[in-house]
Design a protein around this ligand. Structure first.
Ligand SMILES: *[C@@H]1O[C@H](CO)[C@@H](O)[C@H](O)[C@H]1NC(C)=O
Ligand SMILES: *[C@@H]1O[C@H](CO)[C@@H](O)[C@H](O)[C@H]1NC(C)=O
Length: 152
């Protein structure tokens, strides 16, 4: 019995650590790409790539090497119609302040139709709109199953 209790504690600890230390975001680079967004686990390189893409049409995007991440959902359209001019989803460093950046002068007529920086797995939502079960639900379900087996 003691061994089982111990095993359960270890399992719960491992699950918690994983939930805290890894973040998954939907990632896509332009309007067409966002019809089939990927899920990416945030790393320095992934957040770096987002900064790089932000820098194509924004001024003064800072390169902030840090190990905290948020998810970004960003969409620009033309001012007079809803045609998407640019769309970007991905992992982002919180200090980049992605939603407060200024556009470069040549893109200044774009309208910021959506900008969201959030924390939580896949909180930047699949831009194609398909629903998917959250990571957390799957982990919780798995843990419940293990507990049920051990105490049965
Ligand atoms: C991040 O980007 C900068 C410049 O854009 C580059 O010099 C650096 O090597 C990149 N780092 C990683 C870990 O990708
Ligand atoms: C939307 O407006 C832009 C610029 O005014 C124009 O170039 C584009 O063709 C328009 N798109 C549609 C679908 O009307």
């Amino acid at each position: 019995m003691l061994t089982k209790r111990f095993l359960v504690s270890v399992l719960i600890a491992i699950t918690c650590v994983q939930l805290v230390s890894s973040l998954t975001c939907y990632t896509c680079l332009n309007a067409n790409d966002c019809k089939k967004a990927r899920k990416t686990t945030c790393t320095v390189a992934a957040a770096n790539e987002t900064s790089h893409h932000l820098g194509v049409y924004h001024q003064n995007v800072r390169w902030v090497p840090m190990y905290r991440y948020d998810c970004l959902a960003l969409k620009y359209t033309y001012q007079n119609n809803n045609t998407v001019t640019h769309q970007l989803h991905g992992c982002v460093h919180p200090d980049v302040n992605a939603c407060n950046l200024y556009l470069k002068p040549q893109y200044s007529s774009w309208r910021r139709a959506q900008c969201k920086v959030c924390s939580g797995d896949k909180c930047n939502k699949n831009p194609a709109g398909a629903l998917s079960r959250s990571h957390y639900t799957i982990v919780a379900a798995g843990l419940a199953l293990v507990l049920a087996k051990i105490y049965a």
